[in-house]
Design a protein around this ligand. Structure first.
Ligand SMILES: [Zn+2]
Length: 329
């Protein structure tokens, strides 16, 4: 009864998808309908105080459209290097006001919004919570969300709970080592051979450049300067039947599938949910992925995990994910 009353009196949460370029806000109801939205640039503020001022100024009109702050239960933020335990963003390279310090962003927003409860986590965890609340993982208690964008992120849900670990940063499956030793590709984290260096959108482009260099095989990709090749050109070429481009996806899917087979030994998820630009490649990626998974997973796990693509709409998924952080607190 108490829950129903709260939902009636406070039927909305605010979601903030805090990216390196844009900060996108949505006011969201329990069914995942975005009632109002606004956005500001993330860059261009010298201090975090100025940034929060600009956010609150942008938020006020959309808060008014749903009946005022009294109608809002909480705010959830998905942000790079966001720590759920502390509500702080810690040393985020792409955020000028947080790249060399720890910024207690959840507390700052709460103080400016009449003590509204505010929770924060990293973007991949927010994506997983969004999937569990509104998307392909609704009703699941054990799944792993893998985000395939510029990087490879992950959110791990075990026994119905998001895994945050001892320090709030658990779930960095993009940085498991897939290639050991000196030949491993350099990764953005400063180490070598990480999954992200191969299976992100940038990793796919790197693989294509490497294949083009290592062979003289004909390919539609040879019409581009190597530096101009992105995962988009590779997927377009592969869709047209280009053999080299297809091998790039075979390579990428195989590595992801082998990685997932190892993740399964740890937490036996009911499903893997893939999200992000690379999933647009469809079967080009998913077929070799599932095949490699089945070839590598321990016999007791064979045939159990589902392989799904996110059902959340790309443009609103991040805001929905952030709002789910607010519902989850
Ligand atoms: Zn790494």
């Amino acid at each position: 009864m108490a829950v129903v009353e709260t939902e009636l009196q406070k039927p909305y949460v605010i979601g903030l998808d805090l990216g390196g370029t844009n900060s996108v806000f949505g006011i969201v109801d329990a069914r995942g309908d975005i009632k109002a939205t606004t956005a500001i640039k993330t860059q261009g503020y010298k201090t975090v105080e100025e940034y929060v001022d600009a956010c609150v100024a942008a938020l006020q009109p959309i808060i008014d459209t749903v009946g005022g702050i009294e109608k809002i239960k909480a705010m959830g933020i998905g942000a790079p290097n966001g720590n759920f335990y502390t509500g702080a963003i810690e040393y985020a390279p792409n955020l000028p006001w947080a790249h060399d310090c720890v910024v207690p962003l959840a507390k700052m927003f709460s103080e400016r919004l009449k003590d509204l409860p505010v929770a924060l986590t990293n973007d991949a965890n927010a994506a997983a919570l969004g999937e569990m609340t509104y998307g392909a993982a609704r009703g699941m208690k054990n799944f792993i969300e893998i985000t395939l964008g510029t990087g490879v992120g992950s959110g791990i849900v075990i026994n119905g709970q998001m895994v945050y670990g001892s320090d709030g940063f658990a779930g960095e499956l993009g940085h498991v080592t897939m290639v050991r030793g000196e030949e491993g590709r350099v990764c953005g984290c400063g180490r070598k051979g990480c999954l992200e260096a191969y299976c992100s959108a940038t990793g796919v482009a790197r693989t294509a450049r490497q294949f083009l260099q290592d062979s003289s095989e004909e390919s539609l990709l040879r019409q581009y300067k190597p530096k101009d090749i992105t995962s988009l050109e590779v997927s377009l070429a592969a869709a047209k039947g280009d053999k080299l481009a297809k091998r790039v996806y075979d390579f990428t899917g195989k590595m992801l599938g082998e990685a997932c087979a190892d993740f399964t030994t740890f937490c036996s998820p009911e499903a893997y949910v893939f999200f992000g630009g690379l999933t647009k490649a469809g079967d080009l990626l998913m077929k070799p992925l599932i095949e490699a998974y089945n070839n590598h997973v321990m016999p007791i796990f064979k045939g159990k995990a589902k392989f799904l693509v996110s059902t959340l709409d790309g443009s609103s998924a991040a805001v929905l994910g952030a709002s789910a952080v607010g519902w989850d607190m």
